[in-house]
Design a protein around this ligand. Structure first.
Ligand code: AMP
Length: 379
């Protein structure tokens, strides 16, 4: 089987690593340069979308900000999974919100803004405080504003108007501010036969809007809610592949914040912590194979390595620690790799996270240090 991935980043790389044992061969299409590259070495192996499509049995995507003409061309080939519609929903908050409403899943109240009059109506209908997000191109907390009181409206509108004018078809989605206790996510797969398999929920910590620490958790009531919402969204889209839902947990009630129609950073823990990792399950699904078990096999946390290209040797020495580098050039804040840390039981995982805090730099890994500080404060 030959799978073409739209996007040539770390997610295509990890799909390639997971596909090899199943004889699934991956090439990656760099949407910007139009090069077809090897996902591990980045060696250019071809050029042009037409060639890439002709040589693929299946086409999938590792990101959602893909020009719609490319998505349509892939859709017309009859090889594209999950679908152009699903990828568009992940890349445009207006389509995403409409999808969540269609699927009947709880999400924050919202209003779409194109003009200053719309902004006033959003304030009236949704209320203050408001979280304002660009419909297109926003990720990791970028392209967002917070309106905490009415006196900020003029200044924020000036910035939002500039944002709307800068991109074709841009708009702002105004959302009610959700007073959540924590953020969790559910990664799961839906097969061609409509079967659904979800992983345990992960609890996520963000630092400056970027995921920094993600831990698989066990909470039966929350898991059941999340799975129902997952199935509703996946069935509405007739989805095939791995899909990720990010939630706000408000006192045990989940609201969907956003969806990612792809493998997700908060599912990287499955490489060591689950029977079948998310990358293998995505490939199984899009290649029409049976889904693999999503069972948790070890308590696991994932720590993102942001803007660093080396780690102290003590990390590799530590039992239960697995380092995954993405082979990228170092840049401030860039996702360079991740560490999966495992324990046979949660106390062991917690102890190992505390031990990592003693060897990892505080500025680069604040979430690990905060975990260790909270852990010792609550002992
Ligand atoms: P997003 O890009 O939508 O994931 O937003 C980035 C972060 O902003 C989220 O991880 C939340 O911490 C926060 N956030 C987003 N939307 C809301 C909301 N409606 N209410 C409160 N916080 C939010």
């Amino acid at each position: 089987m030959h799978v073409l991935v739209l996007g040539a980043g770390q997610l295509a790389r990890m799909m390639s690593l997971a596909g090899a044992p199943l004889n699934i061969d991956i090439s990656a299409y760099d949407v910007g340069s139009e090069n077809i590259v090897h996902p591990l070495t980045q060696t250019v192996i071809g050029k042009g979308l037409g060639n890439a499509i002709a040589n693929a049995d299946v086409i999938t995507a590792e990101f959602e900000h893909i020009p719609h003409d490319i998505l349509e061309t892939c859709q017309q080939s009859g090889k594209f999974l999950p679908s152009a519609q699903a990828i568009k929903a992940g890349g445009d908050r207006r389509i995403e919100k409409a999808l969540l409403d269609d699927a009947g899943v709880r999400n924050a109240k919202y209003y779409v803004i194109k003009t200053r009059e719309d902004f006033d109506l959003a304030i009236e209908h949704v209320g203050i405080p408001l979280v304002l997000k660009s419909a297109l191109g926003g990720y990791d907390g970028k392209g967002q504003w917070r309106l905490k009181n009415a006196s900020q409206a003029d200044a924020i509108w000036a910035e939002m108007a500039e944002c709307i004018a800068a991109t074709d078809n841009q708009a702002i989605v105004a959302e009610e501010f959700v007073p959540f206790g924590r953020e969790v996510s559910l990664v799961g797969a839906r097969g061609k036969d409509g079967s659904v398999a979800v992983y345990p929920l992960a609890e996520n910590v963000h630092t400056d809007g970027v995921l920094s620490l993600s831990t698989a958790i066990s909470d039966l009531a929350l898991q059941a809610q999340a799975k129902e919402m997952f199935a509703a969204v996946a069935n509405t889209l007739n989805y095939v592949g791995v899909l990720s839902l990010e939630f706000f947990d408000v006192d045990g009630t989940l609201l969907v914040n956003e969806i990612a129609p792809r493998v997700h950073n908060s599912g990287h823990w499955t490489q060591q912590g689950a029977e079948t990792c998310q990358f293998e399950n995505h490939l199984r699904a899009v290649c029409g194979m049976p889904l693999g078990s999503t069972k948790l096999v070890r308590e696991t946390s994932m720590i993102n390595i942001l803007g660093e290209d080396t780690l102290p040797p003590a990390v590799l020495e530590m039992e239960g620690c697995h380092v995954h580098w993405y082979g990228k050039e170092k840049r401030q804040g860039r996702k360079m790799g991740h560490i999966n840390v495992c324990g046979d039981y949660s106390g062991e995982l917690q102890r190992r996270l505390c031990a990592l805090a003693t060897v990892l730099d505080r500025t680069a890994f604040p979430a690990v240090h905060e975990f260790a500080e909270n852990f010792s404060a609550n002992k």
